[in-house]
Design a protein around this ligand. Structure first.
Ligand SMILES: [Zn+2]
Length: 88
């Protein structure tokens, strides 16, 4: 990875993106919403911990299921929130 643009996670958390950044391979800077959503649902530190515990070849799969899960949860929240509004 070249250039000096931080990955999506370091950008959002306003830290310097290290060369060995755990997030960089899975959360590229051109897909900021991908990290934003897992950060919102699971929290960046949990995601980071989880990635570090996994062997590298399993990380990509884990990230895509996290993104999937986070999207599903947010959709559910939105759905219930709109239902609540309707009942009022
Ligand atoms: Zn980074």
């Amino acid at each position: 990875m070249g250039g000096n643009s931080p990955c999506a996670s370091c950008k959002l958390l306003r830290r310097r993106c290290a060369k060995d950044c755990t997030f960089a391979p899975y959360f590229p800077s051109h897909e900021p919403q991908k990290f934003a959503i897992v950060h919102k649902v699971f929290g960046a530190s949990n995601v980071s911990k989880m990635l570090q515990e996994l062997p590298i070849h399993q990380r990509a799969d884990a990230v895509s299921s996290l993104v999937y899960e986070a999207n599903a949860r947010l959709l559910k929240q939105k759905y219930f929130a709109s239902k609540c509004k309707m009942n009022k």
